[in-house]
Design a protein around this ligand. Structure first.
Ligand code: TRP
Ligand code: SF4
Length: 327
């Protein structure tokens, strides 16, 4: 039997190249070797920003469009929406009962987010329980393999702790799941910080070609280079990170030319723009076609929700029995 993968993303808007390189390309490959469940984590999105929920529904469609555009296939994978499978809420409650508060307060991702995101209120009961909901997501489907970025590792570690605790109290029910870390070339935003919608430094999968070119044109390169003949340092250049991600066959040559001062940044950026736009050509076209067909998108989710709901309910029946509720 194929091993089962579960992963998810919060619907917070259109996806960018960081998502493409950091997750989607890997998700796409996994589809051929695992039974994959890909979940739109709308409960998690609400938890992280409950005061602005006005785009939740639209963002759900947007993220689905980006997934489909990038090759996540409803034929191969189960694509579904967290809030439509009510078992997520039920298992969250149960797991929250057995999870010590100290574990959650010590979670480095939690501490970091509280510190970094000053403009949203994260001091809620729900947000503290974010990883508990995530643990439930994984356990409902008995997923053994969880592809995540390194920032999510503390959350998976908590899932593993919660599994051990559950098994200890109520008898062996779950396997301890494993993280599948995505190895990705580091892809900065156009200002050099981590690519993120909230930093306003992202190149989106759905950007127009000219927009992409303009964003790349404005990026800062090696600050030591003033003339195109100055010797460059690709290792400190943001453009070069993109060259390795989108123009790998030429990256070594560009690296050498740059170090010798034989390629100018303008030419280097031009070449990169062409490569990025070429890589995004098909996803963008696919997205354009699909975005006109809301009915098709809804059908995909309905089907995925139904399928996921069935697996989840089967798990819940076992869990309720283990815990000892009547019936
Ligand atoms: N917390 C994850 C993120 O923000 C999204 C997520 C929710 C997830 N549930 C999950 C990831 C279960 C992996 C498994 O990226
Ligand atoms: Fe960066 Fe390319 Fe300029 Fe070298 S030539 S500094 S790699 S943009």
């Amino acid at each position: 039997m194929m091993k089962r993968v579960l992963s998810g993303m919060r619907p917070t808007g259109r996806l960018h190249l960081g998502h493409l390189k950091g997750a989607l390309e890997n998700w796409k490959k996994l589809q051929d070797n695992y039974e994959c469940l890909y979940m739109i984590a709308d409960w998690h999105a609400l938890m992280s920003d409950y005061a602005s929920s006005e785009n939740l529904s639209e963002n759900t469609y947007q993220i689905l469009l980006d997934w489909l555009a990038c090759g996540i296939s409803p034929e191969k994978s189960i694509i579904f929406c967290q809030s439509k499978v009510s078992s997520h809420a039920e298992l969250y409650l149960l797991l929250s009962i057995i999870t010590p508060i100290g574990w959650l307060e010590r979670n480095p991702t939690y501490k970091e987010q509280i510190k970094e995101l000053q403009n949203v209120d994260l001091s809620t009961h729900g947000f503290l329980g974010y990883p508990v909901l995530q643990a439930g997501d994984i356990l409902l489907y008995k997923a053994t393999t969880v592809p995540i970025g390194i920032d999510q590792l503390p959350h998976l570690e908590l899932t593993r702790e919660i599994v051990r605790r559950f098994n200890h109290f109520y008898g062996k029910t779950f396997e301890v799941p494993e993280a599948l870390l995505t190895e990705t070339p580091k892809l900065p935003g156009i200002d050099g910080r981590k690519m993120s919608k909230s930093y306003n430094n992202a190149i989106f999968i759905s950007d127009q070609e000219a927009e992409t070119e303009k964003k790349i044109r404005t990026m800062i390169t090696d600050p030591a280079r003033i003339h195109p003949t100055d010797k460059g340092h690709p290792d400190v250049c943001n453009i070069f990170s993109f060259q390795t991600a989108f123009n790998l066959p030429r990256a070594k040559e560009i690296e050498d030319l740059c170090k010798e001062g034989k390629i100018g940044c303008v030419a280097c950026k031009k070449e990169l723009s062409l490569c990025v736009n070429e890589a995004l050509k098909e996803p963008r076209e696919k997205r354009k076609t699909l975005e006109k067909d809301r009915k098709y998108l809804l059908d995909i989710l309905n089907e995925g929700n139904r399928y996921a709901g069935k697996i989840a309910e089967e798990t819940m029946v076992k869990i309720r029995e283990k815990v000892g509720f009547y019936g």
